[in-house]
Write a protein that binds this ligand. Structure first.
Ligand SMILES: C[S@@+](CC[C@H](N)C(=O)[O-])C[C@H]1O[C@@H](n2cnc3c(N)ncnc32)[C@H](O)[C@@H]1O
Length: 378
């Protein structure tokens, strides 16, 4: 970390001669991402505005507690970005090369060249690119943190963490990359289960995520999710796992469903966070292997599979109203209300997003398919 601080100061001291790219790299990467309420005191407790998207086009809102959590997240992410900046500086022979690494990373992040060819957001070679990693940590951190936090709140309302008690709990992120979802787990447990000591591990095929994950204070192990054996990879049995933005692209195949269904005999539950609202095939793969799929988002205006809990033989509560959410409308749900209004449908609730959940086999609304409008926003 000392090296990082030194680099950061060095970069700032060069400011007068810097090009635009270099200046962008050294200015505060989270400037303008969280906007405090204007005086006088607002009526809504969710008066802080924040953005998950790169272009700051789509505002979300949070309360004072959420604003504090985001502030702490920014601090952690700034440190990791500083680590990546130091690696980029060490690799580049001169300022020009450093800028070109940053520019390439920004291009790969924005253009996603592998989506069409390989049907993955980024290829493994692209994930390895330090400039891409920098962009990823900068722009994905807020979305991953807030979505995981909202998922944890819903899961807690459904009773997923009942009996967690004290002691040490191990939580693994499958295909975890830098692991911002685990930072949400860490802060959430610190708030709600302060007697629990956590062992948090990001498991990922891409070894070069290690620096970012360890920079965030997580353990990291290189692991191929096609191989299973999660406990072996983590050095002991795992209590909970998170699959954030990996299920559809990397886990919806028999070889993965087989081991996951088997390992859920010892893993308490797996929280699955996606951008896809319709994952009928993936859910069916798990259910046909004896896994219960709990849907955490309301299903009353159509399918919404963006937050799921996989478990075996655990009795969760059926639908129940959530207490107030820290990050309402996460993931973005207001389009569902709009489409229902437009179609003259069922009149779903606006904002918030509920807690509790629906068993997928209790879904009352048939097979309406298709991805929601939010699916392509990021
Ligand atoms: C979209 S990223 C998600 C990262 C993180 N979970 C998040 O939500 O930000 C997908 C991750 O899956 C990893 N990955 C791809 N194939 C994998 C495999 N076979 N085994 C383990 N991880 C893999 C990639 O390296 C990448 O870090």
């Amino acid at each position: 970390m000392h090296l990082v601080v030194t680099f950061h100061r060095l970069a700032l001291s060069r400011a007068p001669n810097m090009s635009t790219t270099a200046r962008a790299a050294s200015s505060d990467v989270f400037e303008g991402v969280l906007v405090p309420p204007r005086a006088p005191a607002p009526a809504s407790p969710h008066a802080h505005k924040y953005y998950q998207d790169r272009n700051r086009k789509w505002p979300f809102h949070t309360n004072d507690a959420g604003a504090r959590l985001l502030g702490a997240l920014f601090d952690a992410a700034r440190e990791v970005i500083a680590v990546l900046d130091a690696h980029i500086a060490a690799r580049a022979v001169d300022e020009g090369e450093r800028e070109s690494i940053l520019r390439e990373g920004a291009d790969i992040y924005a253009k996603k060249p592998s989506i069409r060819e390989r049907d993955v957001t980024w290829s493994q070679a692209e994930y390895r690119h330090l400039g891409l990693q920098r962009e990823y940590c900068r722009f994905k951190s807020v979305q991953r943190f807030t979505e995981t936090w909202a998922c944890l709140e819903r899961a807690m309302t459904a009773g997923v963490f009942e009996g967690v008690g004290g002691g040490t709990r191990r939580v693994a992120s499958l295909g975890g990359g830098p692991g911002f979802e685990l930072i949400a787990v860490r802060e959430f447990f610190a708030m709600h289960f302060p007697d629990v000591t956590l062992d948090l591990i990001s498991l990922d095929l891409e070894e070069s995520w290690r620096g970012a994950a360890e920079g965030l204070g997580l353990r990291f192990a290189q692991w191929d999710l096609r191989s299973g054996r999660v406990a072996e990879a983590c050095g002991g049995e795992v209590d909970f796992a998170v699959a954030s933005y990996v299920f559809k692209m990397y886990m919806c195949e028999d070889v993965v469903a087989d081991w996951l269904a088997e390992e859920l005999k010892t893993i308490n539950s797996v929280l699955v966070i996606n951008r896809d609202e319709y994952l009928k095939q993936g859910c069916a793969m798990m259910e046909s292997r004896g896994v219960d799929v709990l849907k955490l988002l309301k299903q009353d205006v159509g399918h919404d599979d963006r937050q799921l809990v996989f478990s075996r033989d655990r009795g969760f509560k059926p639908w129940s109203n959530a207490s107030s959410m820290t990050f309402p409308n996460v993931p973005y749900e207001e389009h569902k209300k709009k489409s229902v209004d437009r179609d003259g449908g069922h009149g779903g609730s606006r904002g918030g997003g509920g807690g509790g959940g629906w068993r997928s086999n209790n879904n009352r609304w048939g097979d309406r398919s298709g991805r929601g409008s939010s699916g392509n926003r990021w």
